[in-house]
Write a protein that binds this ligand. Structure first.
Ligand code: FAD
Length: 474
């Protein structure tokens, strides 16, 4: 059964009618003081604030833009169905901490489409060809494991088998750009192997951005207020904005690593070298959607059919067709190719999408496309990229940023050991940072607690299915 356009529209309208104050519900002016200030109203910030509020402490989220969600934002006006401009799927349904929050809020999640088909020229790959590719993925993972024996880290590319030929671009895209926003050559093999396999996945019919906004409903958020400086001492911090200064006993910073690395938030005193180096090794990769309506299903594809292609180079992409049974199709470009394309602007991105579809399916695609929308996350001022990835040698950086620094705590999709670069990881990191901040408020932590120093890391933490240390709540 396919969901009709009407089902989707009435579903999201009903949802919004039930929750009419989605972005403005708890919009508040900047207070003078609070127990905990959270910088950023993305998944990490909302998770942190909910946790602090549930513990009965005063909290406020300070958000640079005019809405909540960060890199989870749903466009409900351009197409006939909700279009997630950023994240669209929740991975690792069994351990994703956001799933529990969604269920508690009665948000209905549906299974995301499973698996991609592979296109070879203008035909679908035969079963044997798909198996060849999957065998290559297994070999690549084994090769990375082997390459890490006796070495702390290598570039994922250096570890790969050398006989990839016509599958070289597909493998690079599938394991690198498509999964993390970065090419394999720029990725830490150690980090890639620590990532939980992103399966199974769920989606929200109303969109992930709408879902995060709903979970933020009762969270006090000061919108359109960029934080410019945080002056921090041993006991508290002053958070400076153009709307005034707020004093907080603890500050949870969830702005993306690229935003912090670009110096958009100044720290006074400057962050220690240990944290600065860790931040510089966790950079956001590039990932964008080119979305358009393709009425009449000219290629005869199924609902949520998704494709990658056999490719020897990185000029490749991912197609999600007929989203939720509608005529919304999305082509995702990522990694260095996607980044370069996005630098050339929307026209270049749309032109690539048309050309790529023509290559894969033939026909006069350009005449059929309607209402094209492209995202350009690298140019989005308070994101500056798509998702966190670790450069070679950067895997330990994630733990370094979990260490409290006086009144400062970091959270966000970069700061999760195994679900990095995802909404679930961001949510989990927000909850972890909130727990650490609450311990500080209760006097259990002054500066960096002994049990959180890396040297004292309990061995079981990394052994228990890779779940992060300090202990994550799932
Ligand atoms: C195109 C795309 C597709 C993706 N697909 C998926 C997917 O399917 N599944 C998945 O799990 N993940 C996906 N991701 C990754 C996912 O969106 C992110 O990992 C996650 O949303 C990050 O959440 P966060 O809270 O850490 O950061 P953000 O969402 O970036 O939140 C940080 C917030 O801080 C605010 N901020 C920044 N600077 C300041 C400042 N100076 N003052 C005040 N506020 C500030 C920002 O405006 C933002 O609201 C995708 C990302 C993109 C871009």
């Amino acid at each position: 059964m396919t969901i009709t356009r009407r089902d989707l529209l009435s579903g999201s309208t009903a949802f919004l009618a039930l929750h009419p104050t989605i972005t403005a519900a708890a919009a508040v002016p900047l207070p003078r003081d609070t127990d905990v200030a959270v910088i950023g109203a993305g998944a990490a910030g909302i998770a942190a604030a909910r946790r602090i509020a549930a513990a009965g402490k005063k909290v406020v989220v300070i958000e640079a833009t005019a809405s909540v969600g960060g890199r989870c934002v749903t466009d409900t006006s351009t197409f006939d169905v909700p279009f997630d401009r950023g994240a669209r799927w929740l991975y690792n349904t069994d351990v994703n901490p956001l799933i529990a929050a969604a269920r508690e809020a009665d948000i209905v999640l549906t299974p995301a489409p499973r698996g991609q088909k592979i296109r070879i020229g203008r035909r679908n790959a035969r079963a044997g060809e798909t198996e060849d590719f999957l065998a290559l993925v297994v070999r690549a993972n084994r090769a990375m494991t082997e390459a890490l024996r006796g070495r702390p880290d290598v570039s994922a590319t250096d570890a790969l088998p050398k006989d990839l030929q016509e599958w070289g671009g597909t493998l690079d895209f599938f394991l690198g750009a498509f999964a993390t926003g970065r090419d394999l050559k720029d990725l830490s093999a150690a980090d890639l192997l620590t990532m939980l396999p992103r399966d199974p996945a769920s989606a929200s019919r109303q969109g992930l951005g709408t879902m995060i906004a709903r979970l933020a409903e009762n969270v006090p958020v000061t919108l359109s207020t960029p934080v410019t400086r945080i002056a921090w001492g041993a006991r508290d911090a002053q958070v400076e904005t153009e709307a005034g200064t707020l004093t907080a006993r603890a500050v949870i910073v969830t702005a993306s690593t690229n935003v912090i690395n670009a110096g958009k938030i100044k720290f006074s005193p400057e962050l220690p070298r240990r944290q600065l180096e860790a931040l510089s090794k966790l950079v956001l990769g590039s990932y964008d959607h080119i979305a358009f309506e393709l009425p009449g299903n000219p290629f005869g594809l199924g609902r949520d059919d998704s494709y990658i292609e056999q490719s020897g180079d990185n000029r490749t992409a991912f197609l999600l067709a007929n989203t939720g049974g509608s005529s919304l199709c999305q082509i995702d470009v990522a990694g260095s190719f996607g980044e370069n394309l996005s630098v050339h602007g929307e026209a270049a991105m749309s032109a690539f999408a048309v050309e790529w579809l023509r290559k894969l399916f033939g026909g006069d695609v350009a005449r059929s496309l309607k209402r094209t929308v492209v995202t350009r996350w690298n140019d989005t001022p308070y994101a500056m990229g798509a998702m966190s990835a670790a450069l070679v040698g950067g895997q330990s950086s994630r733990k370094i940023l979990m260490e409290p620094l006086g009144p400062l705590f970091f959270a966000g999709d970069a700061i999760h050991d195994t679900q990095w670069g995802t909404v679930g990881g961001a949510w989990g990191s927000g909850e972890r940072a909130a727990d650490a901040a609450l311990r500080k408020l209760s006097g259990k932590i002054e500066g960096m607690a002994q049990e959180e120093r890396p040297a004292k890391r309990p061995r079981s933490g990394t052994q228990a299915g890779g779940l992060a240390w300090p202990k994550q709540r799932n």
